[in-house]
Each structure stands twice: as structure tokens, then as C-alpha cells.
Design a protein around this ligand. Structure first.
Ligand code: FAD
Length: 414
């Protein structure tokens, strides 16, 4: 209790200090002492520890130079590329975050940030001995590399992993569409795998989401919260996702969120195996499909979202600049859309007569391999999350006999 009261008294002093004479800036005070700095990446994995006192004091000097230059955060949640946790003995002193153009500080219950030039960021990275390329990936960004694209074929090396030396067991959890690419040798030698890829098919899909500044009740006065399918192409499914608004971190919350998806016909942009920009071009197709759809078809679902000249683009909220609506199609640039054309991202279809070609996670043809995913023979052979979960639990059973088959909900036969 005494500790808590001391902490409260201390924060009150800090708040008083913050309010006095800093011309809108926030003064967090200098950090007097530290015995250990822990450097972590943005996924919170430790990349280094600094205990050398002369390096720590150089780093504290760098941080303390800014002690009265902090501002309210640029974003309302921390977005650092790298974090330095500062400890004095067992006491946690604060987090110092490094982003491309600003620093962040979390200390005394305050979360603040301050702008930083590239040379200031580089100076700090040098002090903590971290390579800029590893943190920001500038060169890869300049080269326009997309590691999630199947068509990104520039590589630095190939490495063959061998069972026993490098791994014991494989759980193959990629999407069905990727099997022909990642399992070539299996398909060549095993008829069951050949039949799987011959008969079980996938489709590309497209999706987009928009965040709007008016209530859905106003835009679509005839509906309660709705999920629709079987509407027109190019987007036949709509879900009113208003329930997620409270979970998102907006400074000014949007009034409505809507999600659309549909199949993306392969014929609209035939895949070219040699086109490194195929994913980018597919995204352009989906962007154009989405903006045309809003202009031409949304009036049937949301009559108040259009005027005689089409969709009211100013409804869309840009998270980077919510106060300034844009009144033309460029407003869509700040929204979210995806072209799910990568082989692994394609939707697993359940075509008539094909289910018998699926492979079960319990298939023990190979004693160091099992499969998991919505395309497997898992007792609920549909492209849905329930199937993926059941399949994952079956794969766990195949490896560890846990969970028990009778505990896998929906799975009723071996
Ligand atoms: C547009 C759309 C809407 C959908 N709506 C619904 C819905 O409303 N309800 C519902 O239940 N289901 C829905 N689904 C289906 C649902 O998303 C899938 O059934 C589910 O995600 C399948 O899970 P999975 O684990 O089998 O595959 P995935 O979730 O696709 O996981 C495969 C993973 O493998 C990774 N991977 C691929 N290749 C490699 C590689 N070479 N190396 C390493 N990793 C790799 C991928 O990055 C991915 O993370 C929808 C699907 C789509 C496309």
C-alpha cells in the first residue's frame, strides 16, 4: 500500500513537472541510473543486452538530451521498430522506442513521442550496435520486394533441411493451392498426393473493408446489423462489422465498418508465372472492382451512401487524417483491400465427388509428416475456420495422441 502511495505521490510530482513551463512539451525528467538495457524487436524478442556501464551512460545521455522535448504520441498505441527496456537493478525504469522518424518513451505511466531525423535515429542505432538495414529493411523496400508474394522469385540462397539433422517432424499447414509448389517430390512419387492436387480445387478471392463516418442505420435504414451473400458481382457478400469498432484504436472512432468479399475469377487477370508484379497488379484489379462496386451497386444496400453522381467518397475515414474527408475515389486509397491470389491464400473448394481425395491428418503413410488445414479430410470438409481447427487438433493428435479424438468437437469417426 505504502509502495502504491509512493508511486502515486511520485506520479503527481511528475505531472506537476510536466505542466510547468514546457511550452506544450512534456518533461519526463532525466534518467539518473541504469544497470541493464535490453534491446527487443517489435515482436518483443530480445536481440541484445547492454550491461557495460560506459555504453549505458552514453545511451542515457542521448535519451536524457530529450527529457523535456516529448509530445503526445503520434499514434495512440506504441509502434516502435525496436525497443530498449531500461532497468536499474530489478527496477524497471522505462521503454525507449525507435521508429523510422520518431522516438517513443513509456515511463512513469506516460506514453509520449518526439520527432527524430534520420541521422538521430542512425546515431542511436550505432550506440546500441544495431544495423539500420536489419531494423528498417530500407534496401529491400527500395527494391520493392514483397516476401509474401508467390511471384517474388529473387532469392539469396537455397537450403535443404534434412530429417533428423534439421528437424524431426513436419506439420504441413499451407493452403491447398500451395501444395503443387511445396510438395513436388511427394506428388511425383505418391498417387494419393497426385489425386489430391488433380481433383481438389481452389479459387482466388477478393475482399475489401471500409470505415465510414456515418451510422449504418442512417446509410441503410432498412437493415438491422446484416450479413448478406448472393448479392451482385464483383462482391456478392457483405457483413456489417460494427461490433469491431470498439476494439480498434482510432483517435476519433468511425461510425460504421463494412466488409465485402467474393470469388476473383482467374480469367480477370490470368496468372503469369514470370510476372514479379502479379500480386501488385491483382491488387489494382481489386481496387478498381471495389471502387466501381461502391459507385454502381452499393445504392441497393445503402441508399443514403450515394447521390445521383455515385458513392459519397467523403464518407470514408482516413486513419492518418480523419478530420479531412476526400470527396473523390482517392479516398479509397486509405481503406483496406486484398487480392487473395497467392497459391496458399486461395479458397479451398469442396466440389462434388472430390472429398474422397483429401488426405487425413491421421494418415500415417509418412512417419515424420502430417497435414493440417481446411482442405484435409478432417470430418468437416468445408473451407471454414471450424474445419481448420478440427484439422489442427487432429494433427496434434497424430503427433502426441493429444487431444483425444473424442474431445475434438464435430469429429465423430476415425
Ligand atoms: C475471402 C475469404 C472469406 C472467408 N470467410 C470465412 C468466414 O466467414 N468463416 C469461416 O469460417 N471461414 C471463412 N473463410 C475460410 C477460412 O479463412 C479458411 O478456411 C481458414 O483460414 C483456413 O485455415 P488454414 O489453417 O487451413 O489455412 P490458412 O489460414 O490459409 O493458413 C495457411 C498458412 O500457411 C502459411 N504459408 C503458406 N505457404 C507457406 C510457406 N511456403 N512457408 C511457410 N508458411 C506458409 C500462410 O502464410 C498461412 O498463414 C474465408 C476465406 C476467404 C479467402
Amino acid at each position: 500500500m505504502i509502495q502504491i502511495m509512493k508511486a502515486i505521490a511520485f506520479s503527481m510530482i511528475v505531472i506537476v513537472v510536466m505542466c510547468v513551463g514546457c511550452g506544450g512539451k512534456i518533461d519526463l525528467g532525466e534518467i539518473q541510473r541504469a544497470s541493464k538495457l535490453v534491446v527487443k524487436d517489435r515482436r518483443n524478442s530480445v536481440v541484445g543486452e547492454i550491461t557495460d556501464q560506459s555504453r549505458i551512460s552514453q545511451i542515457l545521455t542521448f535519451i536524457n538530451k530529450r527529457h523535456n522535448e516529448w509530445d503526445r504520441p503520434l499514434f495512440d498505441t506504441p509502434v516502435p521498430r525496436l525497443i530498449v527496456d531500461i532497468y536499474d537493478g530489478d527496477n524497471f525504469v522505462g521503454h525507449f522506442g525507435i521508429a523510422r522518424a520518431f522516438f517513443e518513451m513509456h515511463r512513469h505511466g506516460e506514453f509520449v513521442s518526439t520527432k527524430a531525423s534520420q541521422s538521430e535515429v542512425d546515431d542511436f542505432l550505432r550506440l546500441i550496435n544495431v544495423d539500420r538495414q536489419l531494423v528498417f529493411g530500407d534496401r529491400l523496400e527500395r527494391e520493392n520486394r514483397d516476401f509474401e508474394s508467390h511471384w517474388e522469385n529473387r532469392k539469396s540462397a537455397t537450403k535443404t533441411l534434412r530429417v533428423v539433422d534439421d528437424f524431426d517432424f513436419v506439420v504441413l499447414g499451407v493452403g491447398l493451392g500451395a501444395i503443387p509448389y511445396v510438395c513436388r517430390e511427394l506428388i511425383e512419387r505418391d498417387e494419393h498426393w497426385r489425386e489430391l492436387v488433380t481433383h481438389c480445387k481452389t479459387v482466388a478471392t477478393q475482399a475489401f473493408q471500409v470505415w465510414m463516418r456515418e451510422d449504418m442505420e442512417k446509410l441503410a435504414p432498412f437493415h438491422t446489423q446484416t450479413t448478406v451473400s448472393g448479392f451482385v458481382q464483383p462482391f456478392d457478400s457483405w457483413a456489417d462489422m460494427r461490433q469491431v469498432i470498439d476494439e480498434e484504436s482510432w483517435q476519433v472512432a468511425p461510425r460504421a465498418v463494412a466488409y465485402f468479399c467474393s470469388a476473383l475469377p482467374d480469367a480477370q487477370l490470368p496468372a503469369d508465372p514470370d510476372d514479379p508484379h502479379y500480386l501488385i497488379r491483382s491488387r489494382q484489379v481489386v481496387q478498381s472492382n471495389a471502387t466501381d462496386f461502391l459507385d454502381r451497386h452499393i445504392s441497393h444496400l445503402w441508399p443514403a451512401a450515394v447521390t445521383s453522381s455515385g458513392f459519397r467518397w467523403e464518407l470514408l475515414m482516413d486513419p492518418a487524417d480523419p478530420a479531412h474527408p476526400r470527396a473523390d475515389r482517392s479516398a479509397f486509397d486509405s481503406q483496406f483491400w486484398s487480392a487473395n491470389v497467392n497459391p496458399s491464400d486461395r479458397y479451398s473448394a469442396s466440389l462434388p465427388g472430390t472429398l474422397r481425395y483429401r488426405i487425413s491428418p491421421l494418415d500415417n503413410t509418412y512417419d515424420n509428416l502430417t497435414v493440417a488445414g481446411d482442405w484435409t479430410n478432417c470430418g468437416f470438409n468445408e473451407g471454414c475456420v471450424e474445419a481448420a481447427v478440427m484439422s489442427g487438433r487432429l494433427a496434434a493428435h497424430a503427433i502426441a495422441q493429444f487431444p483425444r479424438l473424442e474431445d475434438i468437437v464435430g469429429y465423430d469417426h476415425p
